[in-house]
Design a protein around this ligand. Structure first.
Ligand SMILES: NC(=O)c1ccc[n+]([C@@H]2O[C@H](COP(=O)([O-])OP(=O)(O)OC[C@H]3O[C@@H](n4cnc5c(N)ncnc54)[C@H](OP(=O)(O)O)[C@@H]3O)[C@@H](O)[C@H]2O)c1
Length: 229
Protein backbone atom coordinates (compact mmCIF):
# COMPACT_ATOMS: atom_id res chain seq x y z
CA UNK A 1 0.00 0.00 0.00
CA UNK A 2 1.34 3.47 -0.85
CA UNK A 3 2.58 5.64 2.02
CA UNK A 4 0.34 8.57 3.00
CA UNK A 5 1.71 12.12 3.01
CA UNK A 6 0.73 14.98 5.33
CA UNK A 7 -0.82 18.06 3.73
CA UNK A 8 2.21 19.96 2.38
CA UNK A 9 5.02 17.82 3.84
CA UNK A 10 6.40 14.34 4.59
CA UNK A 11 4.24 12.51 7.08
CA UNK A 12 5.82 11.90 10.48
CA UNK A 13 3.35 10.39 12.92
CA UNK A 14 3.55 10.92 16.66
CA UNK A 15 1.50 9.43 19.44
CA UNK A 16 1.24 10.60 23.04
CA UNK A 17 0.20 7.51 24.97
CA UNK A 18 1.15 3.95 24.02
CA UNK A 19 -1.71 1.81 25.33
CA UNK A 20 -4.37 -0.35 23.67
CA UNK A 21 -5.71 2.22 21.22
CA UNK A 22 -2.30 3.63 20.31
CA UNK A 23 -1.23 0.10 19.52
CA UNK A 24 -4.41 -0.60 17.55
CA UNK A 25 -4.25 2.54 15.42
CA UNK A 26 -0.49 2.81 14.93
CA UNK A 27 -0.22 -0.97 14.59
CA UNK A 28 -2.63 -0.72 11.64
CA UNK A 29 -0.54 2.03 10.05
CA UNK A 30 2.59 -0.08 10.44
CA UNK A 31 1.03 -3.31 9.18
CA UNK A 32 -0.47 -1.60 6.14
CA UNK A 33 2.82 0.08 5.28
CA UNK A 34 1.11 3.48 5.23
CA UNK A 35 3.71 4.90 7.63
CA UNK A 36 7.20 3.38 8.05
CA UNK A 37 8.28 2.73 11.65
CA UNK A 38 11.21 5.16 11.30
CA UNK A 39 8.64 7.95 10.78
CA UNK A 40 6.80 7.25 14.05
CA UNK A 41 7.52 8.57 17.54
CA UNK A 42 5.56 7.38 20.58
CA UNK A 43 5.68 8.63 24.17
CA UNK A 44 4.52 7.28 27.53
CA UNK A 45 5.66 7.77 31.13
CA UNK A 46 6.74 4.13 31.61
CA UNK A 47 8.50 1.66 29.34
CA UNK A 48 5.77 -0.99 29.69
CA UNK A 49 3.79 -0.22 26.53
CA UNK A 50 6.64 1.47 24.65
CA UNK A 51 8.37 -1.90 24.32
CA UNK A 52 6.00 -2.94 21.53
CA UNK A 53 6.74 0.20 19.50
CA UNK A 54 10.49 -0.07 20.10
CA UNK A 55 10.36 -3.66 18.81
CA UNK A 56 8.64 -2.41 15.64
CA UNK A 57 11.47 0.06 15.01
CA UNK A 58 9.58 3.25 16.07
CA UNK A 59 11.25 6.04 18.01
CA UNK A 60 10.11 6.01 21.64
CA UNK A 61 10.48 8.61 24.38
CA UNK A 62 9.24 9.54 27.84
CA UNK A 63 9.04 13.19 26.76
CA UNK A 64 5.70 14.24 25.26
CA UNK A 65 7.11 17.47 23.90
CA UNK A 66 9.75 15.53 21.91
CA UNK A 67 6.86 13.92 19.99
CA UNK A 68 5.93 17.42 18.77
CA UNK A 69 9.48 18.11 17.59
CA UNK A 70 9.67 14.78 15.73
CA UNK A 71 6.19 14.64 14.15
CA UNK A 72 3.66 16.63 12.17
CA UNK A 73 0.55 14.47 12.77
CA UNK A 74 0.11 13.75 16.47
CA UNK A 75 -2.41 11.34 17.99
CA UNK A 76 -3.46 11.97 21.59
CA UNK A 77 -4.00 8.49 23.08
CA UNK A 78 -3.92 8.89 26.85
CA UNK A 79 -7.01 8.42 29.03
CA UNK A 80 -9.32 11.46 28.68
CA UNK A 81 -8.65 12.86 32.18
CA UNK A 82 -4.91 13.06 31.38
CA UNK A 83 -5.36 15.06 28.14
CA UNK A 84 -5.70 18.55 29.73
CA UNK A 85 -2.35 18.21 31.56
CA UNK A 86 -0.72 16.81 28.39
CA UNK A 87 -1.99 19.78 26.35
CA UNK A 88 -0.68 22.27 28.90
CA UNK A 89 2.69 20.47 28.66
CA UNK A 90 2.91 20.50 24.84
CA UNK A 91 1.03 23.69 24.01
CA UNK A 92 4.11 25.92 23.59
CA UNK A 93 5.57 23.50 21.00
CA UNK A 94 2.43 23.21 18.84
CA UNK A 95 2.76 25.12 15.56
CA UNK A 96 0.81 25.55 12.33
CA UNK A 97 2.81 22.59 10.93
CA UNK A 98 1.06 20.19 13.30
CA UNK A 99 -2.22 18.33 12.92
CA UNK A 100 -3.53 17.11 16.29
CA UNK A 101 -5.85 14.09 16.39
CA UNK A 102 -7.50 13.23 19.70
CA UNK A 103 -8.79 9.71 20.41
CA UNK A 104 -10.08 10.64 23.86
CA UNK A 105 -13.70 9.71 24.49
CA UNK A 106 -15.95 12.53 25.66
CA UNK A 107 -13.50 15.38 25.10
CA UNK A 108 -15.09 17.87 22.66
CA UNK A 109 -13.38 19.71 19.83
CA UNK A 110 -14.31 22.97 21.57
CA UNK A 111 -12.47 21.90 24.75
CA UNK A 112 -9.45 20.76 22.73
CA UNK A 113 -9.39 24.08 20.83
CA UNK A 114 -9.58 26.03 24.10
CA UNK A 115 -6.61 24.09 25.48
CA UNK A 116 -4.40 24.56 22.38
CA UNK A 117 -3.10 27.73 20.65
CA UNK A 118 -5.46 29.53 18.24
CA UNK A 119 -5.48 28.30 14.66
CA UNK A 120 -4.25 24.76 15.34
CA UNK A 121 -5.66 22.05 13.07
CA UNK A 122 -7.45 19.58 15.35
CA UNK A 123 -9.50 16.49 14.58
CA UNK A 124 -11.34 14.22 16.98
CA UNK A 125 -11.67 10.52 16.27
CA UNK A 126 -13.52 7.71 17.99
CA UNK A 127 -11.96 4.27 17.52
CA UNK A 128 -13.15 0.95 18.92
CA UNK A 129 -11.36 -2.14 20.17
CA UNK A 130 -11.46 -4.12 16.85
CA UNK A 131 -8.92 -1.56 15.56
CA UNK A 132 -6.32 -3.85 17.16
CA UNK A 133 -7.08 -6.41 14.43
CA UNK A 134 -7.56 -3.75 11.72
CA UNK A 135 -11.34 -4.32 11.77
CA UNK A 136 -12.33 -1.16 13.62
CA UNK A 137 -15.30 1.12 13.02
CA UNK A 138 -13.79 4.59 13.30
CA UNK A 139 -15.49 7.95 12.96
CA UNK A 140 -13.93 11.39 13.09
CA UNK A 141 -14.87 15.08 13.03
CA UNK A 142 -12.95 18.21 12.13
CA UNK A 143 -12.22 21.19 14.37
CA UNK A 144 -12.79 24.72 13.06
CA UNK A 145 -9.28 25.03 11.51
CA UNK A 146 -9.06 21.58 9.89
CA UNK A 147 -10.11 21.44 6.26
CA UNK A 148 -10.83 18.79 3.62
CA UNK A 149 -7.09 18.10 3.14
CA UNK A 150 -6.67 17.10 6.80
CA UNK A 151 -9.88 15.05 6.64
CA UNK A 152 -8.66 13.20 3.53
CA UNK A 153 -5.26 12.57 5.08
CA UNK A 154 -6.81 11.16 8.29
CA UNK A 155 -9.33 9.03 6.38
CA UNK A 156 -6.54 7.61 4.27
CA UNK A 157 -4.47 6.82 7.38
CA UNK A 158 -7.33 5.31 9.36
CA UNK A 159 -8.49 3.10 6.53
CA UNK A 160 -5.61 0.92 7.78
CA UNK A 161 -7.63 0.28 10.94
CA UNK A 162 -10.96 -0.76 9.40
CA UNK A 163 -13.88 1.34 8.16
CA UNK A 164 -13.56 5.08 8.67
CA UNK A 165 -16.13 7.84 8.12
CA UNK A 166 -16.30 11.56 8.77
CA UNK A 167 -19.38 12.46 10.83
CA UNK A 168 -20.83 15.49 12.64
CA UNK A 169 -19.35 15.72 16.14
CA UNK A 170 -22.80 15.13 17.64
CA UNK A 171 -22.54 11.49 16.42
CA UNK A 172 -19.40 10.79 18.48
CA UNK A 173 -21.12 9.75 21.72
CA UNK A 174 -23.65 7.71 19.74
CA UNK A 175 -20.74 5.90 18.07
CA UNK A 176 -19.24 5.17 21.51
CA UNK A 177 -22.57 3.56 22.46
CA UNK A 178 -23.07 1.41 19.37
CA UNK A 179 -19.50 0.60 18.48
CA UNK A 180 -17.34 1.09 21.59
CA UNK A 181 -19.79 -0.50 24.04
CA UNK A 182 -21.43 -2.55 21.24
CA UNK A 183 -18.47 -4.95 21.19
CA UNK A 184 -19.18 -5.86 24.83
CA UNK A 185 -22.87 -6.54 24.05
CA UNK A 186 -21.89 -8.85 21.19
CA UNK A 187 -19.58 -10.76 23.59
CA UNK A 188 -22.46 -11.03 26.06
CA UNK A 189 -24.75 -12.34 23.33
CA UNK A 190 -22.13 -14.89 22.20
CA UNK A 191 -21.68 -16.01 25.80
CA UNK A 192 -25.45 -16.54 26.11
CA UNK A 193 -25.44 -18.70 22.94
CA UNK A 194 -22.60 -20.80 24.36
CA UNK A 195 -24.28 -21.11 27.79
CA UNK A 196 -27.44 -22.40 26.10
CA UNK A 197 -25.48 -24.98 24.12
CA UNK A 198 -23.53 -26.12 27.21
CA UNK A 199 -26.80 -26.54 29.16
CA UNK A 200 -28.00 -28.83 26.37
CA UNK A 201 -24.87 -30.97 26.65
CA UNK A 202 -22.35 -29.56 24.15
CA UNK A 203 -18.75 -28.97 25.37
CA UNK A 204 -18.02 -25.23 25.70
CA UNK A 205 -14.98 -25.26 23.36
CA UNK A 206 -16.94 -26.40 20.30
CA UNK A 207 -19.99 -24.33 21.35
CA UNK A 208 -17.74 -21.21 21.42
CA UNK A 209 -16.40 -21.92 17.94
CA UNK A 210 -19.91 -22.46 16.54
CA UNK A 211 -21.25 -19.31 18.24
CA UNK A 212 -18.35 -17.24 16.88
CA UNK A 213 -18.82 -18.59 13.34
CA UNK A 214 -22.58 -17.96 13.54
CA UNK A 215 -22.03 -14.32 14.55
CA UNK A 216 -19.38 -13.85 11.87
CA UNK A 217 -21.62 -15.21 9.13
CA UNK A 218 -24.61 -13.23 10.48
CA UNK A 219 -22.52 -10.09 10.07
CA UNK A 220 -21.86 -10.83 6.39
CA UNK A 221 -25.54 -11.57 5.78
CA UNK A 222 -26.57 -8.37 7.57
CA UNK A 223 -24.13 -6.19 5.62
CA UNK A 224 -24.86 -7.93 2.29
CA UNK A 225 -28.53 -9.03 2.47
CA UNK A 226 -28.58 -10.23 -1.14
CA UNK A 227 -25.98 -12.88 -0.26
CA UNK A 228 -28.77 -14.69 1.62
CA UNK A 229 -30.88 -15.10 -1.52
N1 LIG B 1 -10.05 1.15 24.51
C1 LIG B 1 -11.10 1.47 23.74
O1 LIG B 1 -11.91 0.61 23.28
C2 LIG B 1 -11.33 2.92 23.33
C3 LIG B 1 -12.41 3.22 22.47
C4 LIG B 1 -12.60 4.55 22.08
C5 LIG B 1 -11.74 5.54 22.57
N2 LIG B 1 -10.72 5.22 23.40
C6 LIG B 1 -9.86 6.30 23.88
O2 LIG B 1 -8.50 5.99 23.61
C7 LIG B 1 -7.69 6.61 24.61
C8 LIG B 1 -6.67 5.60 25.09
O3 LIG B 1 -7.35 4.51 25.68
P1 LIG B 1 -6.61 3.13 25.92
O4 LIG B 1 -7.67 2.13 26.18
O5 LIG B 1 -5.60 2.90 24.86
O6 LIG B 1 -5.82 3.47 27.32
P2 LIG B 1 -4.58 2.70 27.96
O7 LIG B 1 -4.40 1.35 27.35
O8 LIG B 1 -4.75 2.83 29.43
O9 LIG B 1 -3.31 3.59 27.51
C9 LIG B 1 -3.06 4.86 28.04
C10 LIG B 1 -1.65 5.26 27.66
O10 LIG B 1 -1.46 6.61 28.11
C11 LIG B 1 -0.17 6.67 28.72
N3 LIG B 1 -0.09 7.84 29.61
C12 LIG B 1 -0.58 8.01 30.86
N4 LIG B 1 -0.28 9.25 31.31
C13 LIG B 1 0.42 9.87 30.33
C14 LIG B 1 1.04 11.14 30.18
N5 LIG B 1 0.99 12.06 31.15
N6 LIG B 1 1.68 11.42 29.03
C15 LIG B 1 1.76 10.50 28.02
N7 LIG B 1 1.20 9.29 28.09
C16 LIG B 1 0.55 8.98 29.24
C17 LIG B 1 -0.02 5.34 29.42
O11 LIG B 1 1.34 5.16 29.74
P3 LIG B 1 1.98 3.78 30.27
O12 LIG B 1 2.20 2.96 29.05
O13 LIG B 1 3.23 4.23 30.92
O14 LIG B 1 0.97 3.19 31.21
C18 LIG B 1 -0.55 4.41 28.33
O15 LIG B 1 0.46 4.11 27.40
C19 LIG B 1 -8.63 7.09 25.73
O16 LIG B 1 -8.70 8.50 25.72
C20 LIG B 1 -9.97 6.47 25.40
O17 LIG B 1 -11.05 7.32 25.74
C21 LIG B 1 -10.49 3.94 23.79
Amino acid sequence: MAAVSAPGSTLRVGCIGAGKMARGVLGGLLLSGKVPAQQMTVSAPSGTNLQYFRAQGCHTTHSNISVLYESNVIFLATKPHVIPQVLVEISSAVTSDHVIVSMAAGLSLQTLEELLPDGVRILRMCPNLPCVIQQGAVVFSRGSCAGPEEADMLKDLLSACGMCEEVPESYMDIHTGISGSGVAYVYLFAEALVDGAVKMGMPSAIASRIAAQTLLVSFFLTSRPTAAL
